[in-house]
Write a protein that binds this ligand. Structure first.
Ligand code: PEP
Ligand code: MG
Length: 841
């Protein structure tokens, strides 16, 4: 056929068919044709053509049908640019009419012909004529005259006879599919999956191979890997005497493909066809450079390939597949790296409940997204965001989730819903985010107004109570069972090793505890970029000494309390240095306001009065005196370091003594000391003088030398603006983009959750700036700070250690402005490593 109409194109090896104009399915079919695979004749309709059809134009049926063999049945399938955007369902057996029914009855027998005709009448009635599907409910579809009954029912309801002309039928099918694509619901659904508003739909019109007949006939799907694990395994189903994807719907009567102890297989029923299919699938894998699922039909023992689609895959399988393709030399390693969405690694990285741990199960539901997480119950997205701002893990509990909950889901450690199934919003989004998720947990009573969950055994779990969601097994557990870290297989390790070869940005981890540091090491972080030392003071025994220090009236009393804390801090740092094996460790000096360490309730104050042997009234007065109207902008960070300098003295000493101990054991530790919340040069001068003095004292006492690096967190706008003054006193700047975002916007980290959804929904902010760095505003400050800092101090090491350090979009920004590294929470390190590699490719 000559190709003079690019919008109605007969697919040949050279026809002008492209994914961007005719859709992915049409393009894939052309590739299969090029491989000389047995693909039935196909005509591709372009996006433009389908758009015109939706608008009411009818293409020339003669032109459309000309390349296809006259008298064969045809099917129409959608062909969108990205198969994940969906599309209307395929319509099979177009061309079936009374005459064809008679012909097929003769050839295949009455029952087979009747099955085909009945199927077409029903599908045409509901999808094209838009008749009520219930209209066939009262018919006896097993009767000999099924088709007659269906045709009469159609005529009665549609008030016209069932169309007999193939052109009329095809035109009707094309129009209904084109219009279904342009409907509002379909558009919103695909936009939710990332499709642009004007995404087009192509259609492919294909000759049918019947899959019904006297010799071995049938249809099925086949792929060479397991979709969950990605490991090689011939998977799929085949159903004799069937069409389309019937084999998948009628699972029970379908055959296995390979010989299988559980039942009969295609390999037994039609060994030659099975062998041919395997070879064709292997050829497609090599030539299409992808694991494909093939849809095939066997007619009288002969195999036909109707379609090929990318194998659906879990994140774990995606990694295995990409790595295996690269290891087989089918794609380069760089392409394997580019094929994995960095965030998808989350799913591989998640923790699980230790199988040995005791499980106090309080309810169960559908295991919708793997991994397990523990946190406090919250019942709204806003509360989830507020918890995240406080760095508190939470479990978002909802009746069901909607797009408005997305921000809350981002902030939560896991999600639990009462309603919904494996494809519900919570499940789909949960899997996308790698967030453990259990849906449809109707064994629990969700008493949302009372903010509680009622377990079948009568126990009540309230807001703030700790539960664990096991998204792998679909169970909800009370409390915090022991967890196992994620198992990271060889494919993951290979991918990460390739990423490390490509990337030109270091990735460090924010790690406060030995457990965090071990995770960081396991994930091959290039060091610790932020150790928030205050987290080391919240353990019960230290808290009492800390409070003693806060309540001390005189400097000596304070020092004596700090002397008790010194060995504890030293041990903390020795342990971190040991785990990090010479990798850089950046320790931030004490940051939060002191009142965070004091009790807020009367009972707590009484306990404290008792512990410190003070009158309750004194304790109450002191606690009140330390209260602030706006603690985030009050006496915290370096301000505390300057007004109560003994704290930083103690910390500096602990760091230096720990470094000496570590170096005695052969390590070469050069600790990095970081001053938080700086906004003026003088602050750095004052702290530096004292830290240098402590270093000199420790050197003298121990008779040993050591190096250290001093730097600041740039997290106030003024520090960024005055970077030129500050940098000469520093070895490094680490941008604390959490506080910098808070201060640049004047937006409280703790309260923004309440209105963030409304703001993002109305387009005030394109994204929550605490998740994705606001490149225009906050980013401008970062850029200025970096430029001015480097201008004054060319060797200055630059980094970001706010939450943004783990977000792929923000990493791109950091690399662009010349950062040396980003630092993110340990579990985000692999995501960041892959994101950085993709940027360098
Ligand atoms: C920051 O402000 O970006 C930061 C990393 O410090 P913190 O979150 O501890 O305030
Ligand atoms: Mg900060």
């Amino acid at each position: 056929m000559q190709q003079d109409n690019p919008d109605i194109t007969f697919i040949t090896p050279t026809a002008p068919v492209a994914t961007a104009t005719h859709g992915g399915r049409a393009k894939c079919l052309q590739r299969l044709v090029r491989l000389d695979l047995p693909v039935p004749s196909t005509v591709a309709l372009s996006f433009d053509e389908v758009h015109r059809i939706a608008a009411g134009e009818t293409p020339s049926m003669d032109e459309l049908l000309a390349p296809l063999h006259q008298g064969t049945l045809i099917c129409v399938r959608p062909s969108s640019e990205d198969p994940d955007w969906g599309g209307p369902g395929a319509v099979l057996n177009i061309g079936m009419n009374d005459a064809k029914f008679a012909e097929l009855s003769e050839k295949l027998g009455h029952d087979a012909a009747s099955a085909i005709y009945a199927r077409f009448i029903q599908s045409y009635s509901t999808h094209v004529a838009r008749l009520d599907p219930d209209m066939f409910d009262d018919l006896d579809l097993s009767a000999k005259d099924t088709c007659k009954q269906l045709l009469e029912a159609y005529e009665l309801e549609a008030e016209e006879p069932f169309p007999q002309d193939v052109g009329d039928q095809l035109a009707g099918v094309l129009r209904s599919m084109a219009r279904a694509w342009e409907g509002t619901t379909a558009r919103l659904l695909r936009q939710a999956k990332g499709a642009p508003a004007d995404a087009g739909l192509g259609l492919v019109v294909q000759e049918m191979v019947l899959g019904l007949g006297h010799a071995e006939c049938g249809s099925g799907v086949l792929q060479l890997v397991n979709s969950t694990t990605g490991l090689p395994k011939i998977t799929g189903r085949y159903l004799s005497q069937s069409q389309g994807r019937d084999a998948l719907q009628t699972g029970a009567s379908a055959l296995f493909l390979e010989k299988d102890t559980r039942g009969p297989s295609l390999e037994d029923a039609a060994p030659e066809a099975f062998e041919a299919l395997k070879q064709q699938a292997a050829l497609m894998r090599v030539k299409l450079r992808e694991e494909m699922q093939i849809e095939f039909t066997i007619e009288n023992g002969q195999v036909y390939i109707l379609d090929g689609v990318r194998v659906q895959r879990s994140s774990r399988a995606a990694v295995r597949i990409a790595v295996q393709l690269a290891q087989d030399g089918i794609i380069p390693a760089q392409e394997a790296l580019m094929r994995i969405e960095p965030r998808a690694l989350n799913e591989l990285l998640h923790r699980q409940v230790d199988p040995e741990a005791e499980r106090d199960v309080i309810g169960n539901g559908i295991a919708a997204s793997p991994g397990a997480a523990t946190g406090r119950i919250v019942f709204s997205a806003a509360e989830a965001q507020a918890s995240a701002a406080r760095s508190e893990a939470c479990i978002l509990v909802r009746r069901e989730t909607t797009p408005e909950d997305i921000r809350g889901m981002h902030a939560a450690s896991a999600v639990l819903t009462e309603r919904g199934g494996i494809t519900s919003h919570a499940a789909v989004i949960g899997r996308g985010l790698g967030l453990p998720c259990v849906v449809g947990a109707s064994s629990l009573r969700f008493q949302l107004r009372k903010k509680s969950l009622l377990a079948p055994d009568g126990r009540v779990f309230k807001e703030g109570d700790i539960i664990t969601i096991d998204g792998t097994d679909g169970e909800i557990l009370a409390g915090e069972p022991k967890m196992l870290e994620a198992a990271l297989d060889d494919a993951f390790q290979s991918l990460m090793a390739w990423a490390d070869e490509e990337r030109d940005l270091d990735i460090r981890a924010n790690a406060d505890t030995p457990a965090d540091a071990r995770t960081a090491r396991n994930f091959n972080a290039n060091g610790i970029g932020l150790c928030r030392t205050e987290h080391m003071f919240f353990e019960a025994d230290r808290l009492t000494v800390m409070r003693e220090m806060i309540f001390a009236d005189a400097s000596e009393d304070r020092r004596s309390a700090l002397d008790k804390l010194l060995p504890m801090q030293r041990e903390d740092f020795i342990e971190l240095f040991r785990i990090m094996e010479g990798q850089p460790v950046c320790i931030r000096l004490f940051d939060p306001p002191l009142h965070e360490f004091l009790p807020t309730e009367r009972a707590g104050m009484r306990d404290l009065a008792e512990a410190l042997n003070l009158p309750l009234s004194t304790v109450t007065r002191r606690v009140e005196a330390l209260g602030e109207y706006n603690p985030m902008l009050g006496m915290r960070g370096v301000r505390l370091g300057i007004t109560v300098p003994e704290i930083y003295d103690m910390q500096a000493r602990a760091i230096f003594e720990a470094a000496i101990m570590a170096n005695r054991n052969g390590a070469n530790v050069v600790p990095e000391i970081m001053i938080p919340l700086v906004s003026a040069k003088r602050e750095v001068e004052l702290v530096k003088t004292r830290v240098d003095a402590v270093a000199a004292a420790v050197r003298t006492e121990q008779g040993l030398d050591f190096d250290y690096r001093l730097g600041v967190m740039v997290e106030t706008p003024r520090a960024a603006l005055r970077a030129e003054d500050i940098a000469p006193h520093c070895h490094f700047f680490s941008f604390g983009t959490n506080d910098l975002t808070q201060m640049a916007y004047g937006l409280s980290r703790d309260d923004a959750g309440r209105f963030m959804s409304a703001y993002v929904q109305q387009g005030v902010y394109p994204e929550d700036p605490f998740h994705t760095l606001d490149a225009d505003g906050v980013g401008e400050l970062v850029k200025l700070g970096a430029e001015r800092g480097r201008a004054a101090q060319p060797d200055l090491t630059l980094s970001v250690c706010g939450e943004h350090g783990g977000s792929p979009e923000s990493i791109a920004f950091c690399r662009k402005v010349g950062m040396d590294y980003v630092s993110c929470s340990p579990f985000r390190v692999p995501v960041a490593r892959l994101a950085a590699a993709q940027l360098a490719i």
